[in-house]
Write a new protein. Structure first.
Length: 1019
């Protein structure tokens, strides 16, 4: 038998003997690469023998290779290879040496090419100037155009100049990981830890790390615990042009740190920076402007005329289709070059993708893909894969592709000139996604995508005149979003600043700022005496990386002992929906997950999905396939799991819950130790693994490729990392405990509803009386600030509207009325309620800020919703129950925050009893609720209410009313209101005379006393 064949058959035994467990393996190599090389080498040796070419002796070979085999000699004593002939072992050693030499030559060529590429970058010319300016100044601004190399080269320059503790912030996690990998390669530290990244739940940082890429939010959290950031000597703020909340806040805070840290250097870096704004904020700051390195870009203006658009068409696919046809005609398909289309949202992406897909199927020249932040990671990653020969990719994206992601081989850009900007309305407490024209800076960024790797073409679907009328820069986020979380974060950092005097880079709108302060005070986050002091509740909420409403839920769950379930709800509401966008288009997928739907609504759907996923894990099912079959994105469930753990740790630090001692057997500890070891190996493998670009399958567009489970994914270490991280963090006992907690008991269910409702309050709506509870009909509701809103079509209560059916008589009387609580009021094409929960209506009385017993049978909440009971006694009993719950909850809350004991079970029973109230009632909304009324956490001692009202009724059979209140005379110059002087007159049928009462409640009590006396007499 020939020698080469014997070596090939013994390859795995030899490889394991030399490079098995505990032995040295050449870095950067994998089994597959080496075996492929070995196969080629043996084939070459076989050919030489056939041609009678004399092969070199082993000793001569070794001299030529200059490869030391001493470190391999110990392996020769391994029992596994003793039976092999000497010439087989020698041939394998020669192959190993040849492979090492080949890899060294490969690395040398890479380094040579790398150094040449680095020198050719525009920023290389400015290297010394930047370092000199940084030596003489604490702050330097680097305005580098697209492609100049600032993000990858500047950290390397600093490292080589002797700066050893460098932090570089990025607005997005994907940029942190990608840049860390690239800079590690640029610094020839690809397999070391000098360059690392740190993002939420993941870091590669070690003691030897010198350059750290991290998100802006993480640096803010480090600032909260280390006011001077002593762990760094250089901080680079990259992409500051994006002007997001975290970025602007960091700029302001670091300007305050600089005087206290004379040795600290700050570099502000961006492609399209507003130089005047930043130069005025940092006085006498030098600026280095670096030109970009773009290939020539042909710019074509192709404005879309309105009369060219089809009637009633919001989005016209025609202009995009014509450009694709023109590219097919003008540019041969053999010339590589893909298309990137910029539009303004998921609706536009879907419409255009569907339209272009028909042309792609007909022409067979295109693969249509989508790119949006709401898509799964797998869907987003497809845009980086290559198109087959003779086929181009057409990627339809939002502004996520402007700066965050760089897609190779883009040659054509089609710019619609549109972007969706979120604008928060503090009056209606809603976020509106507004269709806006982009700024000049954004338009130029989009154009630049066409010239990164070669000459390109940019088609602008607007005129040159229109371009010159655009704003120079995109409005900053601080002027467009809710400021509640920003103010809470500033106060939580204990900076000893008056929040109104905070040195913002750009002042927020004064009205929005005042509204945020008022909102936080009404929510019990700020003290009533000062808006610069956090309450005990506010202190805890400032530690939680969530919105105020979700933070309140978590705190309330600790008070009412329902933490496990609420952790899942809070984590689920903090991430994107676990259901993929594409899954809603498949009836079979929707059918499979019907059992996870809940009549309560979206928060309880999250609970069911998480529980069933855990049960699938407990049964050792393939949860990735389980999720795929149900249209669920498993990485989001893993993120929920990590968030649950993070929230629990923060609540432990706040002494709201006790730290549970880990209980595990010796066997479980041994298994966990093995999982940890395997996890470290996988993370290292994933970090060093060179990501190979796959070739997309022909005619597999955005709506079909996710059905294919590609073989390459099965061996992807990233897939196993999430699985092992979960296994290390949760033993079987913990998983079983969480599953049990998520199977809510009868007593726990109404308590969890109460926690969700009180956390989301005042985000409450009342369902429209005339809704048709069948699929396909819009489900309307009334908000306090918006008369007509819709439940989001992807929401559970919209997909399954029959869940909102109740039994009621013709006048609307029922003992099962509900109200709708929502996580967000989002305005796109229409105002939508997002993350909606259906909660028993009567629970609102127990936590609404303003509750007035206006008449013996009527209770009014917040001047918006009236509860009209059939009998006075019923109203009074519910009123007294809710007063008891309010008092008990406030006392329990105060004791919990003070770390004192309290009776939580008693409160649970009271809530459960109220939620099952048997008393029939009807709901009536007030058409014009009082303006300026505070909504939020109620005060235990009560407070004065003053507003004027009008009785209104329309013809839609939906009663709209309000009270004629006497409280408007209250609290003037110390006078008591008339009502408190006993001037409320009611005729008593038992006393047969008109009596004066202090309040409607007092009158109802009087009537009930007669009925009780009558009952006793009958007995």
């Amino acid at each position: 038998m020939e020698l080469e064949g014997e070596v090939w058959r013994a390859r795995k035994v030899l490889y394991n003997a030399y490079f098995g467990k505990g032995r040295y393996t050449p870095r950067g190599s994998t089994d597959d690469k080496f075996f492929h090389f070995l196969e080629k080498l043996l084939a070459l040796s076989r050919k030489k023998k056939e041609k009678n070419v004399r092969t070199l002796e082993m000793s001569v070979r070794r001299k030529l290779l200059r490869f030391d085999f001493k470190w391999l000699r110990s392996a020769r004593n391994e029992a596994d290879i003793r039976h092999l002939r000497e010439d087989i072992v020698q041939e394998f050693e020669f192959a190993v040496g040849s492979y090492a030499a080949y890899r060294n030559r490969e690395r040398f060529n890479k380094v040579r090419d790398l150094r040449s590429a680095q020198k050719s970058l525009p920023i290389a010319v400015e290297r010394q100037e930047i370092l000199d300016l940084l030596e003489m100044n604490q702050v330097v601004i680097v305005a580098g155009d697209t492609g100049c190399g600032k993000s990858t080269q500047l950290p390397r320059y600093l490292l080589e100049a002797g700066y050893g503790k460098i932090a570089c912030t990025q607005p997005r996690r994907i940029a942190c990981t990608a840049l860390a990998k690239r800079v590690a390669f640029e610094t020839l530290n690809q397999y070391g830890n000098k360059v690392a990244y740190q993002i939420r739940f993941e870091k590669t940082k070690t003691r030897v790390t010198r350059i750290l890429f991290l998100t802006e939010g993480l640096l803010l959290r480090q600032l909260a615990s280390d006011k001077n950031l002593n762990q760094y000597n250089v901080i680079i703020l990259d992409e500051v042009h994006e002007r997001n909340l975290h970025g602007d806040l960091l700029v302001a805070l670091l300007r305050d740190v600089i005087p206290r840290r004379p040795d600290l250097k700050l570099i502000l870096m961006s492609a399209t920076i507003n130089l005047e704004l930043f130069k005025s904020y940092f006085e006498n700051t030098p600026v280095v402007q670096v030109p970009g390195r773009l290939y020539p870009i042909e710019l074509k203006y192709m404005p879309v005329r309105e009369h060219d658009m089809p009637k009633n068409a919001k989005i016209d696919v025609g202009p995009y289709l014509r450009i694709l046809q023109m590219i097919d005609q003008k540019y041969p398909s053999k010339d590589r070059g893909d298309v990137l289309i910029f539009v303004n949202g998921m609706a536009a992406i879907s419409t255009i993708a569907e339209g272009l897909k028909k042309y792609a199927e007909h022409s067979k020249h295109w693969i249509i893909l989508r790119l949006h932040s709401s898509l799964t990671e797998e869907e987003q990653d497809k845009v980086f894969d290559m198109a087959p020969a003779g086929v181009r990719k057409c990627i339809i994206s939002t502004n996520i592709a402007e700066t965050s992601l760089t897609i190779d081989e883009i040659r054509f850009v089609i710019d619609s000139g549109k972007v969706n900007l979120a604008k928060y309305d503090p009056i209606t407490r809603s976020s509106r996604l507004t269709d806006c024209w982009v700024s000049k800076a954004s338009a130029n960024q989009r154009m630049g995508r066409a010239g990164r790797t070669g000459p390109g073409v940019c088609f602008r679907l607007y005129s040159s005149d229109h371009f010159h009328k655009m704003e120079d820069f995109t409005p900053s986020e601080i002027r467009r979003v809710s400021l509640d979380s920003l103010i809470l974060q500033i106060l939580g950092m204990k900076l000893n600043w008056n929040v109104e005097d905070f040195p913002f880079l750009e002042r927020p709108d004064e009205e929005a700022f005042k509204e945020a302060i008022t909102s936080l005070q009404s929510q019990g986050v700020l003290t009533e005496e000062s808006h610069n002091v956090l309450t005990p509740l506010g202190e805890i909420l400032s530690m939680l990386p969530v919105d105020v409403a979700i933070g309140k839920m978590l705190v309330y769950s600790c008070v009412m002992d329902q933490l496990e379930v609420v952790l899942t709800v809070a984590a689920g509401l903090s991430v994107q929906s676990p259901f993929t966008n594409q899954s809603f288009q498949s009836s079979s997928v929707v059918k499979k997950r019907e059992e996870m739907m809940s009549s309560v609504g979206d928060p309880f759907v999250l609970v069911n999905v998480y529980r069933e996923w855990l049960e699938a894990k407990a049964r050792n099912e393939n949860t990735r396939e389980w999720c795929r079959d149900r249209g669920i994105d498993e990485p989001r469930l893993y993120e929920i799991s990590k968030l649950r753990r993070q929230f629990a740790e923060i609540l432990e630090q706040a002494n709201l819950i006790e730290k549970e001692e880990e209980e595990s057997t010796k066997f479980e500890r041994r298994v966990r130790a093995g999982d940890k070891r395997r996890l470290r190996e996988l993370k290292k493998e994933a970090r060093f693994k060179e990501k190979t670009r796959k070739v997309l399958k022909y005619e597999k567009h955005f709506d079909s490729f996710m059905d294919i489970d590609e073989e390459g994914d099965q061996n992807d270490p990233l897939k196993e990392i999430s699985f092992l991280e979960f296994a290390v963090a949760h033993n079987q006992r913990e998983v079983s405990k969480v599953i049990r907690a998520h199977k809510l008991r009868d007593l726990a269910r109404p308590v969890v509803k109460m926690i969700i409702a009180s956390g989301l309050y005042p985000q409450v709506a009342m369902e429209h009386n005339h809704n048709v509870h069948t699929y396909g009909h819009a489900q309307l509701a009334y908000c306090r600030s918006k008369p007509f809103v819709k439940i989001h079509p992807n929401g559970c209560l919209s997909q399954y509207p029959h869940f909102m059916d109740i039994e009621q008589d013709h006048s609307g009387v029922s003992d099962n009325h509900h109200l709708l609580y929502y996580g967000m009021l989002l305005e796109t094409t229409d105002p939508f309620l997002v993350n909606t929960a259906k909660i028993p209506a009567v629970l609102l009385i127990s936590f609404a800020r303003s509750v007035i017993h206006t008449e013996p049978r009527i209770i009014c909440c917040d001047g918006f919703i009236e509860f009209i009971f059939d009998h006075d006694d019923h109203a009074l009993e519910v009123f007294e129950q809710t007063c008891d719950i309010r008092r008990k909850f406030a006392e329990s809350m105060a004791r919990k925050l003070a770390n004192q004991k309290y009776g939580g079970r008693e409160l649970d029973r009271k809530v459960e009893k109220l939620s099952r109230s048997p008393y029939p009632l009807r709901l009536r909304r007030i058409m014009y609720p009082p303006v300026g009324m505070l909504l939020g956490v109620h005060s235990l001692k009560g407070e004065a209410i003053s507003f004027a009202t009008t009785v209104v009724k329309d013809d839609s059979a939906d009663d709209l009313t309000s009270q004629d209140s006497q409280e408007s005379k209250e609290a003037k110059d110390g006078e008591e209101p008339e009502e408190k002087k006993g001037k409320l007159q009611r005729f008593c049928q038992f006393c047969q005379k008109t009596l004066n009462f202090v309040s409607p409640t007092d009158a109802a009590r009087h009537m009930r006393s007669h009925k009780e006396q009558r009952s006793e007499a009958e007995l």
